[in-house]
Design a protein around this ligand. Structure first.
Ligand code: NDP
Length: 455
């Protein structure tokens, strides 16, 4: 894939970039390693100061950064603004809490003194996706930099200007040269990076094939990885649920980021007793959404990020139809305009045991399933290769306890949509990946947990 900015709302190529050659990559890896030797000696208060400064820059120039995101991958401008603000929050969160998260932990044993010390590992590679081009990077960079690691960013090839802007923010914040570098390279170079001794570990957010490829390359070198891959999150609505609120939230949870979020609600599993009403209300909501220019403030749904994403999504929809699915609204790309526009789409009656019902739909398409009771709801929710998040709606506390206990996912949200929060761990199980980002768990992923024993 060429490294380029192609406006997904118009199809116009705005800027192309040369990929780094091998000598340029080697020079950046050397710089990262030299920087690490100095950077690891800096104090928490110094790192916190720089990270707070990065948060200030994000807040001051949020409109500029949001515009870049919308231009490169098509998310509505208002959502892009919120994304930049959230990046500032995660910077401030780790600036404040990292010192306590990484303080020595004393453990009483028969030694005169024994404790755990957290030490940085070195250069960590982040292979990042285009869907949250700022947030995904900052939620890696903030804890990694506070822990004393240095960062190498291989961003998705369709968001190069975002990648360069992030490197610039971190440099302007005062972090030393080489503490965080963007590598403009294609995916084919990632395996070589993993084989290079100057790269110590890696994190990847993206598709399953990308995750597998990185994990294989890292595994050959016994290097640690964190993988945050796809999801087909269930959104379960039981009979006692507050239906109106559930429908409003269902719409937001499916349409967030033009439907291209790993934790978007994708499979709507609704109790038979309320299914007719839910379906009617959801259809009404979907049909009121405004599809169009993502720069306009009243746009709810912009274009998909690339023509490939649009094509894949449409193929999945047609495949669902050929297996018995009925389309209530949408169901075809919007061919009356340039760009990668797909309308809000609802599909019902897909047999739940067909392979297509278990795939991830990365776009504004909701699959609706009806179930007789909570047992069937949990069974269907868990009948997925993925296990990222789950949202479930009930006002019955016994049902709520069962959903929390029995749903196979990295996160269960009751009467709310799934969302990431710097204070809580984020990540999946099954084919959604492993490891955690955010919170104390996130910062502990890329450190040497050193046991110290003094007789
Ligand atoms: P990819 O997984 O291909 O891209 C994500 C990142 O991984 C990019 O930086 C990409 O680089 C890189 N990458 C791709 N292939 C490899 C590889 N073999 N080895 C190392 N790195 C690699 O996502 P796509 O953009 O192709 O989207 C396809 C599907 O992935 C979506 O439909 C969705 O299902 C899923 N996805 C999930 C995301 C999530 O948030 N969990 C985010 C994005 C996608 P490059 O851009 O240069 O190819």
């Amino acid at each position: 894939m060429a490294i380029a900015t192609i406006n997904p709302a118009t199809g116009e190529t705005l800027k192309t970039f040369e990929a780094l050659n091998d000598a340029e990559i080697a020079a950046k890896l050397d710089l990262a390693n030299q920087a690490f030797e100095q950077y690891r000696q800096t104090s928490f208060s110094q790192r916190s100061h720089w990270l707070q400064k990065a948060a200030d820059i994000l807040e001051q120039d949020k409109a500029e950064f949001a515009k870049l995101m919308t231009l490169e991958m098509g998310k509505p401008f208002k959502a892009a603004i919120a994304e930049v603000e959230k990046c500032a929050v995660v910077c401030r969160y780790y600036a404040e809490h990292a010192p306590s998260f990484l303080a020595d932990v004393s453990v009483k044993t028969d030694a005169s003194q024994s404790f755990v010390r957290y030490q940085p590992m070195g250069a960590i590679l982040a292979v990042m996706p285009w869907n949250f081009p700022f947030w995904q990077v900052f939620r890696f960079a903030a804890p990694a930099l506070m822990a004393g690691n240095v960062g190498l960013l291989k961003h998705a090839s369709n968001v190069p200007q975002c990648a360069l802007a992030i490197e610039d923010i971190i440099r302007r914040a005062g972090f030393p040269e080489g503490a965080f570098q963007t590598l403009l390279i294609g995916a084919a170079k990632v395996a070589d990076l993993m084989a290079d001794e100057r790269v110590k570990a890696a994190t990847l957010t993206g598709s399953e094939p990308a995750g597998i490829s990185l994990a294989v390359a890292a595994g050959k070198q016994i290097k640690k990885t964190v993988l945050e891959l796809g999801g087909s999150d269930p959104f379960i609505v039981l009979e006692s649920a507050d239906l109106e609120t559930a429908v409003v939230t269902a719409t937001t949870a499916r349409m967030l980021n033009n439907g291209q979020s790993c934790i978007a609600a994708k499979r709507f599993i609704v109790a038979e007793a309320i299914a007719d009403k839910f379906e009617k209300l959801l259809l009404e909501k979907f049909e009121t959404l405004k599809v169009g220019d993502p720069m306009q403030p009243d746009t709810d749904l912009g274009p998909l990020a690339t023509p490939g994403i649009l094509q894949d999504l449409n193929q999945q929809v047609q495949s669902a139809i050929s297996r018995g699915g009925k389309v209530l609204t949408g169901g075809h790309p919007l061919s009356d305009r340039p760009g990668n526009f797909y309308p809000p789409t609802i599909i019902i009656d897909i047999p739940s045991d067909t392979p297509i019902a278990k795939e991830e739909f990365f776009g504004p398409v909701a699959l609706l399933f009806r179930v007789p009771d909570i047992d069937a709801a949990i069974k269907l929710a868990n009948d997925s290769p993925f296990g990222l998040g789950a949202s479930a709606w009930t006002t019955n506390s016994q049902e709520s306890d069962r959903l929390v206990e029995e749903i196979e996912a990295g996160a269960v949200f009751i009467n709310s949509m799934v969302k990431s929060d710097p204070r809580l761990p984020f990540g999946g199980i099954k084919r959604s990946g492993y490891g955690r980002e955010l919170s104390i768990q996130g910062i502990h992923e890329f450190v040497n947990v050193k046991t110290v024993w003094v007789k």
